[in-house]
Ligand binder design. Structure first.
Ligand SMILES: Cc1ncc(COP(=O)(O)O)c(C=O)c1O
Length: 407
């Protein structure tokens, strides 16, 4: 029996509500996770007690806000095994982080004829910035082949990483297939040819212990809102030797060292990349989310997410007329499926009547839908507040959907 890892109703206020007369079953954490009371309170407390802009003034509140913002950066850095807090740049989330790398690193170091290696399972956030970079520079996009069940292998990587490879950009865990990708192997291969590894950690940082050194990454992007933190905050971690060389992409207040009428020089990393007033409350909320996840234990969360993801996969695969996508094992927290003859949006709607919240659509991964040969899928995704009881409700919702459409 897999139980939730936390006291769901005590820790997560949203689970005290019912929807359409039923207890809420949240199986849409790959889109966004629910927020623990500790995070809600941290954001609330900042606005009630310490609200001020950071880095600008010397009064007490500015000092408190600046200290809390700096502490949040330190917590995030420790959480991902970074050597220095300064290597963590606060952004709006994974999308902005990946755009920053493609714009800044890409425009400076990727040239015509260079190659950018991606996989067909990438989220549009880890695809379109590279397409755009290729258009700007004349670089070429190459895609690693997936196995039949949707895995990336060392052999597949070997075939596409070559002397011209400047960037390999891969998700550590797929938001659709639940595949857990061997980015560490890609790191070795791309470093041998002098390129960099960019890891999209949107689905892995919330679910696995993360250590940027073990990943072998040069850049890691992730979002706060998928790991119990607020929306509108996330981070880009980068190796300091790259960040120091890279040009900023957002120009304005707080990112400069000196400005005259014609020219400007830049502040140090990370301020250089954080032009404008940052999401201070969001960063503090993300720091509180890190504290919360660490209290539960990332190793436990990892085992839980994988065990429950694999359980969901098995249960769904066992129902006649249901197709499940991606590798059976190991399988992450997101499980994509289709019910024969029923459009995924209709599936999600019938589920909603039973208060089972899932996602339907292309999951911002249209090339993957093309690879799967489907227009869209339904997707159930689990987190630390889910347990077997939720998978039972998922199963019941599928059986009810089949009955409904048979009628
Ligand atoms: C694998 C992956 N990459 C990138 C993103 C984009 O994240 P955000 O919308 O928080 O920027 C997502 C969000 O669903 C994702 O699952």
């Amino acid at each position: 029996m897999i139980e939730p890892l936390v006291d769901v109703e005590r820790d997560f206020p949203i689970f005290n509500r019912t929807i359409n007369g039923h207890r809420l079953v949240w199986l849409d954490s790959a889109a966004t996770s629910q927020k623990p009371e500790a995070v809600v309170q941290a954001v609330d407390r900042f606005y009630r007690e310490s609200n001020a802009n950071v880095l600008r003034s010397v009064h007490t509140l500015a000092d408190e806000a600046t200290t809390a913002f700096a502490r949040a950066r330190e917590k995030v850095a420790r959480f991902i095994g970074a050597d220095q807090a300064e290597e963590v740049i606060f952004t709006r989330g994974t999308t902005e982080s990946l755009n920053l790398v493609a714009r800044s690193f890409g425009d400076m170091f990727v040239k015509e004829g260079n190659e950018i290696v991606l996989s067909p399972m990438e989220h549009h956030s880890n695809l379109i910035p590279w397409q755009q970079l290729a258009r700007r520079t004349g670089a070429l996009l190459k895609y690693v082949d997936l196995t039949e069940d949707g895995r990336i292998t060392a052999e597949g990587l070997q075939q596409v990483i070559g002397p011209q490879t400047r960037v390999v950009a891969l998700s550590k865990i797929s938001n659709v297939l639940g595949a857990i990708n061997p980015v560490e192997i890609a790191a070795e291969m791309v470093h041998r040819v002098g390129g960099v590894l960019v890891v999209d950690g949107a689905q892995s940082v919330p679910h696995q212990p993360t250590n940027v050194k073990d990943l072998g990454a040069d850049f890691l992007a992730f979002s706060g809102h998928k790991m119990c933190g607020p929306t509108g905050i996330g981070a880009l971690w980068g190796r300091m030797e790259w960040l120091e060389k890279m040009e900023p992409v957002i120009f304005g207040g707080e990112m400069i060292s000196y400005v005259d009428r014609d020219t400007a020089t830049w502040a140090e990393v990370p301020e250089k990349f954080e032009g404008g007033t940052p999401n201070i409350a969001g960063a503090i909320g993300l720091g509180a989310a890190v504290d919360y996840l660490e209290q539960v234990g990332m190793e436990r969360i990892s085992q839980h997410s994988q065990a429950l993801g694999e359980r969901a996969f098995e249960v769904l695969a066992d129902i006649p007329g249901v197709s499940v996508y991606g590798p059976q094992r190991p399988h992450g927290a997101a499980v994509a499926f289709n019910i024969e003859g029923v459009h995924p949006h209709d599936v999600a709607q019938v589920f909603d009547a039973q208060a089972v919240a899932i996602r339907a659509g292309h999951h911002c991964a249209q090339p993957l839908m093309q690879w799967l040969g489907v227009g869209s899928t339904a997707r159930a995704s689990v987190y630390l507040y889910n347990g077997d009881a939720d998978i039972d409700r998922l199963r019941e919702a599928i059986l009810e959907t089949k009955r409904f459409f048979r009628r």
